[in-house]
Ligand binder design. Structure first.
Ligand code: SF4
Length: 375
């Protein structure tokens, strides 16, 4: 008997572990196999934390730091040094991740930008993305927080793709005592507006959920449905990221989602979003990460042979040989991809500045060439 069509109440029950959970997993794998085959992708990246200053105050975050306590911008030469090291190690992605609008909160941020003739942090992202494109073989992926449509237009010629985690669509999480209180950039409407702007500009876009931060199961389902509604074909990838409690944060004692729970959310995501979207669970946040292959995912995301996961610094990425061995042992092929997935490598989705180099960097199937094969 065919598995039922997606339904919010049924999705909530299944995520809770009630009902035909085995059927959900089977349906998620069927949709993945139908849409993506048996190839699991990853992106060889370097992580460039352009600034660890941020105007927001998310209570699970250790990435953002105030000035004087580690909050700072990377200098241009630091950025280029990371990028060149990544190039030498065969990476293809320069992931620019940074705090949101630090200049709106910290005078030190405004001073850094003023001294360099920059009007905004986003302009700094654009300038450094352009240098990475001009001076290395890496392709930037900008993950700079909330972006206006003008920001997206400015970044598009130097970024193969962009991203912003929706995290959750519930405004409740911005209330007093909740993780997004005091974080204006975590207002769901603001994040939805960024995703909509990226769609209008034909940018391959990555988004996703952060689960385990105090949301209800119904809010998880609402968030998956919201992403499904927002998708006009440009949401290339949805990440299901499990919260990890970090020392020195207000949420250090909060329970973390279990592997089984995260897998059920991933399977529900595949069921709701269908076989077209690429679905990722990061492999460095769970020891038994192969479990997620049985929940319908088809991507491990950015994996770096060089740089730490600055968002989860306690969780090293698996070595690429181990990732390959464990993926293949589960019956899949592991293939490297660029920051844009193969199906987006055309002149609708990729700026003409980047498209020729991107096509030169992939094989006939659109997967990234092995480092030694890149001219
Ligand atoms: S917006 Fe991002 S960097 Fe800033 S505090 Fe929140 S999680 Fe941390």
């Amino acid at each position: 008997m065919a598995f039922p069509a997606p339904d919010p109440d049924l999705a909530a029950d299944l995520i809770r572990g009630r009902g035909d959970v085995d059927g959900l997993f089977a349906e998620a794998c069927r949709l993945r196999d139908e849409g993506k085959g048996r190839t699991i992708t990853y992106s060889r990246k370097v992580f460039i934390p352009l600034t660890t200053l941020c105007r927001d105050r998310c209570t699970y975050c250790t990435f953002a730091k105030p000035p004087g306590a580690g909050g700072a911008y990377l200098e241009p030469e630091d950025v280029m040094s990371i990028a060149r090291s990544g190039e030498a190690a065969g990476c293809t992605e320069a992931l620019f991740t940074l705090g949101d609008l630090p200049e709106e909160r910290w005078p030190q941020a405004r001073a850094f930008l003023n001294e360099r003739g920059l009007v905004s942090t986003i302009e700094y992202v654009a300038r450094m993305s352009e240098r990475v494109v001009e001076e290395t073989s890496l392709f930037p992926h900008a993950n700079p927080g909330v972006m206006s449509e003008a920001d997206i237009v400015a970044l598009r010629p130097s970024n193969l793709s962009m991203g912003l985690m929706l995290e959750n669509v519930s405004r409740r999480l911005t209330g007093i005592g909740m993780p997004h209180h005091g974080s204006p950039d975590k207002e769901p409407a603001v994040r939805v507006a960024t995703i909509e702007a990226a769609a209008r500009r034909d940018v391959p876009f990555t988004t996703g959920l952060l689960i385990g931060i105090g949301e209800t199961i119904e809010e998880i389902v609402d968030s998956l449905l919201a992403i499904h509604r927002l998708d006009r074909g440009g949401i290339q990838e949805v990440i299901i990221q499990n919260f990890r409690a970090k020392a020195d944060t207000p949420m250090r004692r909060d329970p973390e989602p279990t592997v089984q729970f995260t897998a059920r959310v991933a399977a529900a995501a595949r069921w709701i979003l269908g076989g077209r979207v690429n679905l990722q669970v990061p492999p460095n946040l769970t020891d038994r990460f192969e479990v997620y292959l049985g929940a319908g995912i088809n991507d491990w995301g950015g994996v770096s042979p060089l740089t730490i996961d600055w968002v989860n610094p306690e969780a090293p990425w698996p070595h690429l040989d181990e990732l390959r061995a464990r993926t293949e042992a589960a019956g899949f092929r592991l293939a490297p991809r660029l920051p844009a997935y193969p199906e987006y490598l055309d002149d609708r989705w990729i700026d003409p500045v980047l498209l020729p180099a991107a096509l030169d960097a992939v094989d006939d199937e659109g997967y990234a060439l092995a480092p030694q094969a890149i001219a």
